[in-house]
Design a protein around this ligand. Structure first.
Ligand SMILES: Nc1ncnc2c1ncn2[C@@H]1O[C@H](COP(=O)(O)OP(=O)(O)OP(=O)(O)O)[C@@H](O)[C@H]1O
Ligand SMILES: [Mg+2]
Length: 355
């Protein structure tokens, strides 16, 4: 039994459907991210799970129990928002103990819980400081400790790290992930930051227009997405439009300009027009002679660890990335061959084509 199930969850504001008949199971101890662009319904979904927004239809089950109409305080969930305001006039210990005090916990037990929660986020010793005496990252950890102190059965995080600078955010990803694993607490993270979702999650639900377009491990959703939306939203991709000239049990020939490319498609692919997707890092620059596809390097960009080449090729504009291994890069203006492994030129198959 899944720890949490969302069944046919929908939310309509006026005549605008923010969340559209969403089904999702979250397993016990799992770290699942809702990832998608601004306005796709992530926060609304999380708020329905937490109980702050009543669904228009659908159910929320926690460990088999229907909590759809249960008030937030009785759901046993901890939620950390983007604006996780700490109480400025209270010490760190008082901030972390606040929820327990509300629950009328006895003084000694409360102190033990606060100490435990602060130890979890590695802030022991800072109990008597005030929020303005902490760094941004430390304040962030206090907000998490405050929620963990009540020992929720589910942890809900809504962009909790978006106020931190990039370096600190990266550190927090690693730290929070380690903590979540150690505690084994079922967690849903809402984010529009794909790196955040990739580095922390067991699975990612990629959302668009109130629906889940893609669900899988980070590697599945990046390497083999089914939706065009995910190809475009996650990382970078090259998009090539062609015409299927033959389809022999899924081994198709796709005509792009003067070039015929072998591509694996579904046997039931409808129509002749087809879009192919290939990631920049799956393309390689080779010698011009001997490659079926050639192109001229228009622009070369240096990013330290990698080179980007923007190429005008026989099959349209392409971006190629190559790791910087210390060798001299290809030159702008040079004509090069372009190669890839079969299977890296992929086709999206989902209905949720454009989001
Ligand atoms: N109370 C409300 N009344 C009317 N419309 C709302 C309300 N809350 C959210 N919406 C709309 O529902 C849609 C989804 O909002 P939501 O906050 O869930 O998006 P999100 O994916 O969290 O976006 P962001 O990444 O910007 O936080 C948006 O178009 C938003 O304007
Ligand atoms: Mg939001």
């Amino acid at each position: 039994m899944s720890t949490m199930s969302l069944r046919g969850l929908s939310k309509t504001f006026g005549n605008f459907q923010a969340v559209n008949n969403l089904d999702l199971n979250v397993e016990g101890g799992e770290f699942l991210s809702l990832l998608g662009p601004s306005g796709c319904g992530k926060t609304t979904t999380l708020q329905m799970v937490a109980g702050f927004v009543p669904p228009t239809s659908g159910t929320v089950l926690v460990e088999g129990e229907d909590v759809t109409h249960v008030v937030p305080e009785k759901r046993d969930m901890g939620i950390v928002f983007q604006s996780y305001a700490l109480f400025p006039h209270m010490t760190i210990a008082q901030n972390v103990g606040f929820g327990l005090e509300m629950r009328k916990m006895k003084r000694q037990a409360l102190k033990e819980r606060v100490d435990e929660a602060l130890a979890m986020v590695r802030l022991s010793g800072l109990e008597d400081r005030y929020p303005n005496q902490l760094s941004g990252g430390q304040r962030q950890r206090v907000a998490i400790a405050r929620v963990l102190a009540i020992r929720p059965r589910v942890l809900l995080l809504d962009e909790p790290m978006s106020n931190l600078d990039a370096k600190l955010r990266g550190d927090m990803h690693v730290e929070l992930r380690a903590l979540q694993r150690r505690l084994g607490i079922t967690t849903i993270l809402v984010t529009h930051d794909q790196v955040e979702a990739m580095t922390m999650s067991d699975r990612i639900a990629v959302m668009t227009g109130g629906k889940i377009a893609e669900l899988g491990t980070p590697q599945q959703v990046y390497d083999k997405p089914v939706s065009e939306f995910a190809y475009r939203f996650l990382g970078q991709t090259n998009e090539i439009t062609g015409e299927i000239t033959s389809n022999d049990a899924g081994s198709a020939k796709v005509q792009v300009g003067s070039i015929s490319l072998p591509v694996k498609v579904s046997e039931s692919h409808q129509g002749t027009s087809i879009k192919l997707f290939v990631r920049p890092e799956r393309l390689r620059i080779g010698a011009a002679d001997g490659s079926a596809v050639k192109g001229k390097i228009l622009t070369r960009l240096f990013l330290g660890g990698i080179w980007f080449y923007d190429i005008d090729s026989d099959i349209g504009p392409l971006r190629i990335s190559a790791p910087n291994l210390g060798m001299s890069p290809a030159e702008e203006g040079e004509t090069v061959g372009i190669e890839w492994n079969s299977g890296d030129m992929q086709v999206a198959t989902s209905e949720l084509a454009n989001g």
